[in-house]
Design a protein around this ligand. Structure first.
Ligand code: ATP
Ligand code: FE
Length: 370
């Protein structure tokens, strides 16, 4: 089959055409990152306007680059949840418009399910069931993916997402005042700065939730710990309001290190739970990591160590497929086409939804398990 996918859940307008042999036939992406960086965060009506302005071009560019005619496309897959309502609306409206115009079925897509399944397009040997860690600007969760649209949620963040923590700390560090960090996301800026540190343990951070046996995550306390370190340095060096702390690189490295240690700790806990309950095949265990924060090579290396120790194969899609894109939506459409899950011609029956749980929630069971 050949599926056209549309993504507009947050700040990227994406479209791609993907077939069931894992070929990306065409793709196009318009990122709003620079504009939102200038505004110090995403302002939903601005994101909405940019999606509205760009959606037609993005879809046409993806189609043109694929040289596929609409007649040869089997269905239109579109992110319907979770995301910013104003952003989701634009994609859903355009997806439905295309379905009506060309008389094609619509495939509603859960954005997080799409992040998880992309690994199966990138690597042929990612079979169900597998463990998946999704870390991004809006989410943080760990789940067992049993099948297309069958997930067991083992843990999630009890407050912020790791991407948000990276972005907020980068902003507090005023990194956008330094030209080389001014055009990249907070997470990318912190990773780059951390790579230049000469003492990553200069600033002490304590790992969150260490005493809890569940596999939930927490990042807001780490943000506060970083803020306290920054304030102390600002005072100590008597910095002006736009001043950059002298130990910027070491602070970034310390922050990245504690995030990595926290993620590793929780993933290890999830692996132990999955093993105890027999949720994964003993001889072929896979951890998929994805989402924007999974682009971080230091974090990936940390997780790789845990995987090696516990005999998991780790799979991470290339960076441009870890962040939001149309390809993952089209691929999710391909996976759903095979099982016909959600595929519909009744356009009135589908709509966007601000949030929607990913599968069955096992978080309380994980809490109870010793
Ligand atoms: P979601 O997918 O949850 O809807 P989103 O659209 O914000 O959220 P992505 O595009 O997947 O998510 O990721 C963006 C986030 O990833 C930003 O918060 C950014 O700081 C973070 N990020 C990107 N690259 C890196 C990196 N190298 N290290 C750490 N964080 C990173
Ligand atoms: Fe995403």
């Amino acid at each position: 089959c050949v599926i056209l996918g549309i993504e507009t859940s947050c700040d990227d307008t994406g479209c791609a055409i993907v077939d069931s042999q894992c070929n990306i036939l065409g793709e196009s992406l318009n990122s709003q990152q620079l504009i939102h960086l200038q505004n110090g965060g995403i302002i939903p009506p601005i994101a909405e306007n940019l999606h509205r302005k760009n959606i037609e071009n993005v879809v046409n560019n993806a189609l043109a680059s694929s040289k596929v005619h609409f007649a040869d496309i089997d269905a239109v897959a579109t992110t319907v949840t979770p995301g910013l309502p104003l952003s989701l609306k634009i994609g859903v409206k355009y997806g439905k418009y295309l379905c009506k115009k060309y008389n094609k079925p619509f495939i509603p897509i859960h954005h997080m399910e799409a992040h998880a399944l992309t690994a199966r397009m990138c690597k042929k040997d990612v079979n169900f069931p597998f463990l998946v860690l999704l870390i991004s600007g809006g989410h943080c969760l760990i789940a067992v993916c049993k099948d297309v649209n069958k997930f067991l949620l083992l843990g999630e963040s009890i407050d912020d997402s790791p991407g948000e923590a990276f972005d907020k700390v980068a902003r507090r560090l005023k990194m956008k005042n330094i030209p080389e960090f001014s055009t990249i996301s907070g997470g990318q800026a912190i990773e780059l700065a951390a790579s230049r540190a000469d003492n990553p343990i200069q600033f002490k951070f304590s790992i969150p939730l260490l005493q809890y046996k569940d596999c939930n995550f927490s990042f807001s306390g780490l943000k506060t710990q970083a803020k306290i370190h920054i304030q102390r340095q600002e005072k100590q060096h008597n910095l002006p309001p736009d001043g950059i702390i002298p130990d910027l690189y070491n602070l970034c490295a310390g922050f990245q290190l504690v995030i990595t240690r926290h993620l590793c700790h929780r993933v290890q806990r999830a692996m132990e739970f999955a093993e105890m309950k027999g949720l994964l095949p003993r001889d072929n265990k896979t951890l998929v990591i994805s989402g924007g924060v999974a682009c971080n090579n230091f974090i990936a290396k940390g997780l790789q160590i845990i995987c090696k120790e516990l005999e998991y194969k780790m799979v991470r899609p290339p960076p441009k497929l870890c962040t939001d894109n149309g390809v993952m939506i089209a691929w999710n459409g391909v996976e759903r086409w095979r099982t016909k899950a959600g595929v519909t011609k009744d356009l009135d029956s589908v709509d966007w939804q601000k949030s929607c749980p990913l599968g069955e929630n096992l978080i309380n069971e994980v809490k109870k398990a010793e």
